[in-house]
Ligand binder design. Sequence first.
Ligand code: ZN
Ligand code: ZN
Length: 137
Amino acid sequence: MNSRAKYKTKKRDMLLEYLVSVRGKHITAGDVCEYFKAQGAEIGQSTVYRQLESLVDDGLIGKYLIDGNTPACFEFIGRDVQHKKDSCYHCKCEKCGKLIHLGGDEMKPLQEQLLNRYGFVLDPNRTVLYGLCENCK
Ligand SMILES: [Zn+2]
Ligand SMILES: [Zn+2]
């Protein structure tokens, strides 16, 4: 392996390590950049995006789209096949923009009811419910 390829692999490993360490949490590309900065390993945002996308392609991490004003969330999934099928939904406050990351369990009953009663399948790529948060309502 040439040194350039090695360097690239190292970044990918570090990224994956970080995602595993925050398993169960949603993180954004911005969080990743901050983490690398804190580690003294500055990595450009475009590299972070590229690596994240490639991990999504490999099925190791999930990507949840919010909306045009909010960056996408990423979450480590690994080889957890069941998790892959559950989508993670989000509640977004229309006033302050606060985002609540719902676990798969919280939306599952609704997902199942929609499917059983109406044969309706929720789009896992549209995961945002809009409303008002605790502070704004
Ligand atoms: Zn709010
Ligand atoms: Zn999220």
